[in-house]
Design a protein around this ligand. Structure first.
Ligand code: NDP
Length: 312
């Protein structure tokens, strides 16, 4: 640990649309924010395909390109955007003491938590064994490896549909494994899945075991609601069953709900700790959109700015 302690008026943890947007607002307010990007610079949008519903891009935009644009916009106004991961947070008094990569201590008058959410896994032992060897939670990252092969996507939400459609353009066949007899996804995404000849939905099936050998995944054993079991031959398995909020580091000082989402007060970004604000998916169990994350990053920046000029 270095002995030198760096100080900042506002520290932002997280680099999705929420964190970068907060950085745009704070840097334009001349508050010289420091932002740490975490392990996945750009956040979840960098693992998606085209974003078609963010206002201002009539022809759509790749998630990665959009995040690079928002980052460049923040840097243009002087935001100090760095690689690094917050590993400790002492929020017991102001200034808050945040440790980065276990080595660098920063004291921050205000803190914006924009750490997003992470993909959930089923919890099967065999799923863990084959992670990175056929089991993935990101079709855009790993779909390429299964060109002309058969794969399966678990889940029935918008993410699962999006991933299935994306994979159907690369792979020979895509099974969608859905635990109920309906999809949770929006009607538009349902239509895209249903009309794609490369996608077959296996309704009311639950994965039991990922089957494989030293070379990776070879199949998936499934159980139908009726109790009957079958094994499908696949080489890639993509999880799309939702996310959990990355709030662990800030608990219990920062209050969360039972799912771990940070609780913000009323229509603001204030948490229960004065001077600590939350933005984006880490505090949003309901909307989880790039545009709502960006909007909440803006709110957190404005709340932090007001707090700095009149701390309670
Ligand atoms: P969702 O929570 O919407 O869907 C999760 C899916 O996984 C559901 O079908 C759920 O089944 C299933 N599931 C959960 N746990 C298990 C399990 N243990 N075994 C089997 N299946 C399971 O998550 P998404 O990531 O799809 O979407 C999150 C949010 O982001 C949503 O609001 C969505 O609309 C939005 N989104 C929007 C996009 C866009 O607008 N372009 C793209 C992607 C996401 P069940 O339905 O039975 O609960």
């Amino acid at each position: 640990m270095s002995t030198e302690v760096e100080k900042t008026a506002c520290l932002i943890i997280g680099s999705g649309p929420a964190g970068y947007t907060a950085a745009i607002y704070l840097s334009r307010a001349n508050l010289k924010p420091v932002l740490y990007e975490g392990t996945a610079p750009g956040g979840q949008l960098t693992t998606t395909t085209d974003v078609e519903n963010f206002p201002g891009y009539p022809n759509g935009v790749s998630g990665t390109a959009m995040m690079e644009d928002i980052k460049a916009q923040a840097e243009r106004f002087g935001a100090d955007i760095r690689h690094g991961m917050a590993t400790r947070a002492d929020l017991s008094q102001r200034p808050f003491k945040i440790t980065i990569d276990d080595t660098h201590l920063i004291e921050a008058d205000t803190l914006i938590i924009a750490t997003g959410a992470t993909a959930r896994y089923l919890g099967l032992e065999s799923e863990q064994r084959f992670r990175g060897q056929g089991v993935s939670a990101c079709a855009t990252c790993d779909g390429f490896f299964y060109r002309n092969r058969d794969v399966a996507v678990i889940g029935g939400g918008d993410t699962a549909c999006e991933e299935a459609v994306y994979l159907a353009g690369i792979c020979r066949k895509v099974y969608m494994i859905v635990r109920r007899n309906v999809l949770r996804a929006s009607k538009t995404m349902q239509k895209r899945v249903m009309s794609n000849p490369n996608i077959e939905i296996l309704w009311e099936h639950q994965p039991q075991e990922v089957v494989g050998d030293d070379n990776g995944v070879t199949g998936l054993r499934l159980r139908h609601k009726s109790g009957s079991e079958t094994t499908i031959d696949i080489h890639g398995l993509f999880l799309a069953i939702g996310h959990h909020p990355n709030s662990e580091l800030f608990k219990p000082a920062v209050a969360t709900d039972e799912q771990g989402y940070i609780v913000t007060q009323g229509k603001t970004s204030h948490t229960n700790v004065p001077g600590v604000f939350a933005a984006g998916d880490v505090q949003d169990p309901a909307y989880k959109q790039a545009i709502t994350a960006a909007a909440s990053g803006c709110m957190a920046a404005i709340d932090a700015e007001r707090f700095l000029s009149a701390p309670e």
